[in-house]
Design a protein around this ligand. Structure first.
Ligand SMILES: [Zn+2]
Length: 355
């Protein structure tokens, strides 16, 4: 079984890094004050559908503990939700059912009473994919749903949901999960799974996961099979094309010194090693960011230069996402820095000559 499924939270207390949302959901159940719909928005793998399912389970759990804010996980309703077979938790993937006919069919079933539990929950994943007719059809029901119906909408792109829908729902914007919490969770999983790790391998998996608990577990799965249960940082680096962190420093030293040959050699080396450009972009940005914050500027690099370099890399990253060609976009960001360094040094020289 995939780790991401095996370690999916079974109760609110097991949810990682979304305390505010968990507190709010517990209060909603405690006070029995429901909105017509709930939106769970946030990037992939931070717990949108997990929270939706837990909320649905809590709403229907026969022995829900209001004080602790926890489901019993043993009543029929809990068990069926956990097995993904509860008749009153209707999960729809909007990406595959965007059409208005699908939506009408779904809305027709809204009027019928729940068959097992107290509430009928419609959990619509990737809801922003619905057509505008589908949203319109949904709007009428969302305005006045029967008392036994609750809509939960999960999305990675909340800005694409019509305002008329958003204004009728309570929105939870889920955060990226902190590196510390992801590391803690991975260590717990590795202990449980009897997987051994060296010091840096967990840090590297955390860096690759970028705030997503699910991604961290998927990466852990890959690493476990690649390293045969004994995780080492060099092996995981090799698996994901990640270079030693010092190579980013080396690249920028060459840029700051305007050493064209060294820069070109470095980007050629990246190409030959088939490196992970997502990580290179991240590290370049975080290197420049800390340089700017620390203010530890040598005479060579001005704050203005660093701001510009930062801009070159953020623009490069946007281009990379649009074109899908990360390597070219990274190289071009580097070359822009170099061209700029040269220009600024030339103009300094000119100024010096004039004066
Ligand atoms: Zn229960």
């Amino acid at each position: 079984m995939a780790l991401a499924n095996k370690y999916r939270p079974n109760s609110f207390s097991e949810v990682i890094g979304q305390e505010n949302t968990v507190i709010a959901l517990r209060n909603i159940i405690k006070n029995q004050s429901f909105h017509n719909g709930y939106i769970f928005s946030g990037t992939r793998g931070v717990g949108k559908t997990t929270l939706g399912r837990l909320f649905a389970k809590a709403l229907n759990c026969t022995n829900y503990d209001v004080e602790k804010g926890e489901t019993c996980n043993v009543c029929n309703n809990c068990v069926e939700v956990q097995k993904n077979s509860h008749l009153d938790l209707i999960e729809i993937d909007a990406a595959s059912r965007t059409g208005v006919d699908d939506m009408r069919e779904l809305l027709d079933s809204v009027q019928y009473r729940p068959s097992q539990g107290k509430y009928k929950v419609y959990l619509i994943d990737e809801v922003h994919m619905l057509s505008s007719q589908s949203f319109n059809a949904m709007l009428k029901t969302l305005e006045e749903p029967p008392g036994h119906v609750i809509f939960m909408l999960a999305t990675t792109e909340a800005n694409k949901i019509p305002k008329t829908i958003v204004s009728r729902c309570l929105q939870f914007n889920l955060k990226l999960v902190s590196d510390e919490l992801i590391a803690e969770n991975l260590k717990r999983v590795f202990t449980n799974e009897e997987v051994t790790t060296d010091d840096k391998s967990v840090d590297l998996l955390v860096e690759l996961a970028k705030g997503s608990v699910r991604d961290s577990l998927t990466l852990a799965d890959q690493a476990i099979s690649h390293c045969d249960g004994n995780l080492t940082e060099p092996e995981i680096s090799k698996l994901h094309g990640v270079l030693d962190i010092s190579s980013t420093t080396k690249l920028f030293e060459a840029i700051f010194e305007n050493s064209v040959d060294d820069v070109i050699n470095e980007i050629r080396r990246y190409k030959s090693l088939d490196v992970n450009y997502d990580i290179l972009f991240d590290r370049a940005l975080s290197f420049l960011h800390s340089k700017m914050i620390d203010g530890l500027l040598s005479d060579e690099e001005s704050a203005q230069d660093l701001h510009l370099y930062y801009q070159f890399f953020t623009n490069g990253l946007i281009d990379a996402k649009q074109t899908g060609n990360k390597r070219d976009c990274f190289d071009i960001a580097v070359l822009r820095c170099l061209t700029f360094s040269e220009d600024s040094k030339n103009s300094l020289k000119k100024k010096a000559q004039i004066s």
